[in-house]
Write a protein that binds this ligand. Structure first.
Ligand code: BEZ
Length: 326
């Protein structure tokens, strides 16, 4: 049954889209007449796109049954706990100096920190004299950032709603969690920037935590979990892949590099797994989780633990600076 409407002038807001359609499952007849099964986020982005181009588009929404394979798989949820993060992952912001240097924040600039986490680096950017807004998908992390006195909001990186407001967008160790739809993130950043604005970021890059990922998947196979690779919650692009995405969106890439950065883990592999590998661990019955983490740790010991018992994670970083044509 169709519950759609025609024409997009003036365009509906996200709230209106939600109000009009209880179950959005199909978008038909967009641009080239294809019929596609799409998510609400994709429909909404297309509405914005159509508005931006000032096109009269015909969209029909159906509330019919959606086939099981219609939606792209959602990466399993990572849970964030600011206390656990502070205990096991303080090194993430401590090692953010290179990304910070690439940003080179100036006094008086307005900067968006995308995936600000608990705000440790946001605070540093503020200390440089910039006016910073932090956004993060985790309410717990945003609360921790606010405790530092940072202006922070819970926001979905796939639907950033800023328009030409920022001199720079910064992101450290966050964008590899935005796996569901990387192509939604970059245009949102682009829209948020003023003409000539810059995007300085670091994220996990191709090959990041490869040994850890293989150990997690191999151990889960032993636990009888089918297709453990589908649980991988991270997106680790190559420099070519990300450069293309940036250029396609209208950025000029001034610098991009994939950099191996073996990363010492102050609380060992167990602390890392308990903080970052939750989508894998949650696929094991609760009573078996400690043994599962022990098994993964033992698998990794020969590769990532030295003779003194010090653990190092096999991190690769993708670091870039891109600018909107002024
Ligand atoms: C990071 O915080 O940089 C990270 C987290 C999970 C996997 C790899 C990297």
């Amino acid at each position: 049954m169709s519950v759609g409407w025609r024409g997009l002038k003036p365009g509906p807001s996200r709230r209106e889209v939600l109000a009009r359609c209880d179950v959005l499952s199909c978008c038909e007849g967009f641009s080239n007449g294809r019929t596609e099964w799409v998510t609400l986020n994709i429909i909404f982005r297309r509405l914005l796109w159509a508005q931006a181009l000032d096109r009269r588009s015909r969209l029909l929404f159906y509330d019919g049954q959606m086939p099981a394979n219609a939606l792209p798989p959602e990466p399993p949820a990572q849970e964030w706990n600011s206390h656990r993060y502070a205990e096991n992952a303080r090194f993430v912001s401590d090692l953010g100096q290179a990304a910070f240097d690439l940003l080179n924040p100036q006094a008086g600039e307005r900067i968006l920190d995308l995936g600000c986490g608990d705000g440790a680096l946001t605070e540093k950017i503020t200390a440089a004299g910039a006016e910073v807004l932090g956004v993060d998908a985790s309410a717990d992390m945003v609360a921790a950032a606010k405790q530092r006195g940072i202006d922070a909001r819970v926001m979905d990186a796939y639907s950033l709603n800023f328009n030409s407001e920022f001199d720079a967008v910064f992101s450290n160790a966050a964008m590899h969690w935005m796996k569901r739809d990387p192509d939604a993130v970059v245009p949102g950043v682009r829209r948020a920037l003023k003409p000539g604005g810059r995007f300085a970021a670091e994220m996990g890059g191709h090959g990041c935590v490869a040994a850890i990922t293989v150990a997690l998947c191999a151990t889960l196979e032993k636990y009888g979990v089918a297709d453990p690779a589908s649980l991988i919650p991270w997106y680790f692009p190559t420099a070519d892949d990300y450069c293309e995405r940036l250029e396609r969106t209208g950025f000029q890439v001034e610098y991009i590099a994939l950099i191996p950065r073996p990363t010492p883990l102050p609380t060992g592999m167990r602390g890392w797994l308990e903080t970052f590998a939750i989508p894998f661990t949650n696929s094991v019955a609760e009573e078996g989780r400690a043994a599962f983490l022990d098994a993964v740790t033992e698998r990794l010991r020969p590769a990532l633990c030295d003779e003194k018992g010090r653990w190092t994670a096999d991190y690769m970083r993708l670091r870039f600076l891109a600018r909107v044509a002024g």
